[in-house]
Design a protein around this ligand. Structure first.
Ligand code: ZN
Length: 267
């Protein structure tokens, strides 16, 4: 992905020294304003913005932020992460983010190094550059550089991506199916996601261009996380590419970002 010049980005903030550890953060007003002015939050009502803020404050109090690889996490960085993270649970409630406590921030992409087994059962030593990671019941890891590139309305948001994995893991392994609300049909969810996933995989296998980032074809879990990014950050694109998935995500997140954007002028 082509990265933009960080100097043009309102989130390109200077890092300062702050105490770290759980509950050490209150919300930074200037950052809150800068982040929630991004197109990602367009169309939210005052009441929704108030709830978003309450969720962000709760996240700042609940999670321990720590820097790694030379990064120092300050209040502004934590506030930006909390603002993005609050959007998916705006109509779900904070309970969906409970059960783990640590957010680790690297200055840029970090390298995952380890053993990985391929389809033939052969174990390879692998090194991958990552912009984020989420462990079941464990920490979330984010690249600050990628957080800065998030929220610009281009369908990329590493914070929303990693938090989507956390929602998916609420019922065990990340498999692309979070716990569904009563009234949602699991068969319909499976059918709509599988149909779209198969379609994307076909495009990727043929080397064809598709509106959706080919990384989404890695697994059903990545598909759910990447499509959640589009759902919030580029809803029109997702609605056009996979309308059935858009509808399922609207039911799950209890939000309709496309209607919110289109109706924004009328509110
Ligand atoms: Zn992922």
């Amino acid at each position: 992905m082509q990265k933009r010049d960080a100097k043009l980005n309102p989130l390109a903030l200077l890092a300062g020294l702050f105490g770290s550890g759980k509950g050490a953060y209150a919300l930074d007003e200037e950052t809150w304003q800068a982040v929630t002015d991004l197109p990602l939050f367009d169309g939210l009502s005052e009441e929704e913005r108030t709830r978003l803020r309450e969720l962000a404050i709760r996240l700042l109090a609940d999670k321990a932020f720590s820097g790694a690889g030379g990064a120092e996490v300050d209040i502004r960085m934590a506030t930006a992460i909390a603002a993005f993270a609050a959007l998916p649970i705006l109509n779900l409630g904070y309970g969906w983010y409970e059960g783990w406590s640590e957010i680790v921030v690297y200055p840029g992409e970090f390298v995952y190094e380890g053993e990985q087994m391929d389809e033939a059962g052969v174990v390879h030593h692998v090194r991958h550059a990552r912009s984020g990671e989420a462990w079941e019941g464990g920490p979330m890891v984010l690249s600050w550089q990628d957080v800065e590139y998030s929220g610009q309305g281009e369908g990329f948001n590493v914070v929303i991506h990693e938090f989507a994995h956390k929602l998916d893991m609420k019922n065990g392994d990340a498999n692309g199916r979070p716990p569904l609300h009563s009234g949602m049909n699991p068969q319909d969810w499976a059918h709509d996601f599988q149909t779209a996933y198969d379609d994307l995989c076909r495009h990727v296998d043929r080397g064809e261009e598709n509106a959706i980032d080919p990384y989404a074809a890695e697994s059903p879990a990545e598909f759910f996380a990447v499509l959640t990014e589009y759902f919030f950050a580029a809803p029109e694109l997702l609605q056009q590419a996979y309308p059935a998935v858009y509808r399922q995500l609207a039911r799950f997140y209890r939000q309709d970002p496309l209607a919110r954007l289109q109706g924004g002028a009328l509110r």
